[in-house]
Design a protein around this ligand. Structure first.
Ligand code: ATP
Ligand code: MN
Length: 480
C-alpha cells in the first residue's frame, strides 16, 4: 500500500505531537536547504518540513524545487518558528515528481488572475484558487445537503435535448452529420436532420426545468444540479458558455413559497461555507481587500467579504414588484441625471444589469427579490396574473453580481398555457409531453434556477466568473 499519508490540514489543527507520520504534497518554497513549505491542497497553510543539515545528499536537495512533488516521513514536533503550531522533522525525503524550477510557471510571488487563467491547469496550486475551489466544493455539498434534508429528489435531466426551454436561440447544436457540405438535404436545400444521430435536430440543454417539472408532478419536490450551455456571445464577468445550474421544482408551491425557499436556500449554503471554510474565506476576504485598495475610493465596496456574507445571512431580502422597482428607478437621481446607459423611460422595459445593481447596491443595499414582471419579457411557462399584463416571476438580485436566481410560479392551466405558447410562436406539438403534465393531474407549482458560478462568485468575492469554474468556456476559448 502506497497511501499512508496524513493530510496537512489535519496535522496542523491537531494538538498531537511527537509521533511519526508520512506526508505527501507539492513544494511551495525551499529555504536555506533546510525548510520546505509543503502543500497538499487540503488547506492553504503549508506544513513546514525541516530537513536536517547534512542528512540528504546534495543531488536530492537540488531536486527539492518549487512545484516538485515529494513524500516526507518524519516526526511531528512543536514548532519553534512563528506562524505554525507544529512542523515535521524529516527522517526521509523521497522525490515523487521533479519540477524544473526554470520552467515551472508558478513562482513564489504574486501572479495576476489574467495570467493564471492562461495556465488554468496549474492555477489550482495557488492560494487563491485553492481557496476558491475548496469553497466551490463546500457550496456544492451544502446544496445537496439542503435539499436532501428537505426530502427533495435529485433529478438528472438530459444534457442533449431537442427542446429549448426558454424558447430563445443561443444553443449549441449537437450533430454527427458531416460539416463538409455532404450532409443529407431536404428538397428545399435545408439539412435533413432525420438522417442525424437522433433522427432530429438536437442541442445542448439551456435548462433542465421542463423535465424537472415533469418529475415534480410525481415526487412533489425535485432539484437538478448539472451543466447547462448557452451560446450567447456575452463577454461579461458574469456569463459563461458552460455553467452549472441548480433548478428546484416544487409541486404545491406558489410564488411566495418559492421566494421563501430560495431565500432560505441561499442563506443556508452561505452559512455552510462560513461555518466550514472560514479559513479560506478569510484568505479571500484579505485578497479582495487588497484588490479594492487599487480602486478609487468611491468605487470601493462599503463592506468587506465576511461582513457582506454575515449581513446577507442575517437580514431579510427586500421584496418588491417589478412595477415598484421601475418607479424607484425612474424617480432616481441617477436616471434623471442620465447616468444609466439605458435610461428608464417606461413600464415594460427589461431591466439591465446596471439597473439591477443600482437597486441592490445603491438603493436597498441588500439582496432584492423582484416579482411580477411584464409577461412580454418573461418565458411562456410563467403563471399569468389576474391583471392580464404580468406574470408570477421572481428574480433575486445580489450585490456585485446582479441576477443570481430566476424563477416563477408555473402556469398550470392548460388553456392559458397553450394560448400563451401560441402568442409566443412556441410549437405546442413539440412540447406535447410537457403539456401532458397539465392534462393529467396538474397542480400549482413553482421553481427557480440558481446559477452556481454566480453564487460561488458572490461567496468568494471573485470579480470574474471565469475564475470560479476550473476550466471556463467562453467565446473563443475552450482550452484544457
Ligand atoms: P442574465 O440576465 O444574467 O443573462 P438570464 O435571465 O439569462 O440571466 P436565466 O435564463 O433565468 O438567466 O438563468 C437562470 C440563472 O442562471 C440566472 O439567474 C443566472 O444565475 C444563471 N445564468 C444565466 N446565464 C448564465 C451564463 N451565461 N453564465 C453563468 N450563469 C448564467
Ligand atoms: Mn442571459
Amino acid at each position: 500500500m502506497f497511501n499512508t499519508r496524513r493530510r496537512i490540514k489535519e496535522l496542523l489543527i491537531s494538538d498531537n505531537v511527537n509521533f511519526q507520520t508520512t506526508v505527501m504534497g507539492w513544494v511551495r518554497t525551499f529555504r536555506n536547504n533546510q525548510f520546505i513549505a509543503l502543500n497538499d491542497g487540503s488547506t492553504n497553510n503549508n506544513l513546514q518540513v525541516v530537513v536536517e543539515l547534512g542528512s540528504l545528499e546534495e543531488a536530492t536537495l537540488k531536486r527539492i524545487t518549487t512545484g516538485a512533488c515529494i513524500k516526507a516521513v518524519g516526526e511531528i514536533i512543536p514548532s519553534l518558528g512563528k506562524g505554525q503550531k507544529v512542523e515535521m522533522k524529516a527522517t526521509s525525503i523521497e522525490i515523487l515528481g521533479d519540477s524544473d524550477a526554470e520552467k515551472f510557471p508558478l513562482q513564489p510571488k504574486k501572479h495576476s488572475l489574467e495570467f493564471l487563467r492562461e495556465i488554468a491547469h496549474l492555477r489550482f496550486r495557488t492560494n487563491t484558487f485553492g481557496a476558491v475551489f475548496r469553497v466551490r466544493h463546500a457550496l456544492a455539498f451544502a446544496i445537496h445537503e439542503f435539499f436532501n434534508k428537505k426530502g427533495f429528489v435529485y433529478l438528472h435531466t438530459p444534457i442533449v435535448t431537442a427542446s429549448d426551454a426558454e424558447g430563445a436561440g443561443e444553443m449549441f447544436r449537437v450533430t454527427t452529420l458531416p460539416l463538409d457540405g455532404t450532409a443529407p438535404k431536404n428538397d428545399d436545400g435545408s439539412i435533413n436532420f432525420k438522417e442525424d444521430f437522433f433522427g432530429r435536430s438536437t442541442n445542448l440543454t439551456v435548462s433542465g426545468q421542463l423535465e424537472g417539472e415533469l418529475a415534480a408532478m410525481a415526487f412533489s419536490d425535485i432539484y437538478t444540479f448539472g451543466p447547462t450551455f448557452r451560446a450567447e456571445n456575452s463577454n461579461t464577468t458574469r456569463h459563461l458558455a458552460e455553467f452549472w445550474m441548480i433548478e428546484p421544482e416544487m409541486a404545491f408551491y406558489d410564488l411566495e413559497d418559492n421566494m421563501n425557499l430560495a431565500e432560505a436556500f441561499i442563506k443556508h449554503i452561505i452559512k455552510y461555507a462560513m461555518d466550514n471554510n472560514r479559513e479560506d474565506l478569510e484568505f479571500l476576504a484579505q485578497r479582495l481587500e487588497e484588490e479594492e485598495k487599487q480602486k478609487p475610493q468611491n468605487e470601493r465596496s462599503e463592506m468587506g467579504l465576511m461582513e457582506k456574507l454575515e449581513f446577507v445571512v442575517n437580514n431579510d431580502f427586500e421584496r418588491l414588484t417589478y412595477t415598484e422597482a421601475i418607479d424607484i428607478l425612474k424617480e432616481s437621481n441617477h436616471n434623471k441625471k442620465k447616468k444609466f446607459q439605458y435610461p428608464i423611460e417606461k413600464w415594460g422595459t427589461d431591466l439591465q444589469s446596471e439597473h439591477e445593481r443600482y437597486l441592490v447596491e445603491k438603493h436597498f443595499k441588500k439582496p432584492v427579490i423582484l416579482t411580477n414582471y411584464p409577461k412580454e419579457i418573461k418565458a411562456f411557462y410563467m403563471r399569468q396574473n389576474d391583471d392580464g399584463t404580468t406574470v408570477a416571476a421572481m428574480d433575486i438580485l445580489a450585490p456585485g453580481i446582479g441576477e443570481i436566481v430566476g424563477g416563477s410560479q408555473r402556469e398550470e392551466r392548460l388553456e392559458k398555457l397553450t394560448q400563451r405558447m401560441e402568442e409566443m410562436h412556441i410549437p405546442t406539438e413539440e412540447l406535447d409531453w410537457y403539456l401532458d403534465t397539465r392534462r393529467f393531474g396538474a397542480c400549482p407549482h413553482a421553481g427557480f434556477g440558481l446559477g452556481f458560478e454566480r453564487i460561488v462568485q458572490f461567496v468568494t468575492g471573485m470579480g470574474n466568473i471565469r475564475d470560479v469554474i476550473p476550466f471556463p468556456r467562453y467565446p473563443k476559448s475552450a482550452s484544457f
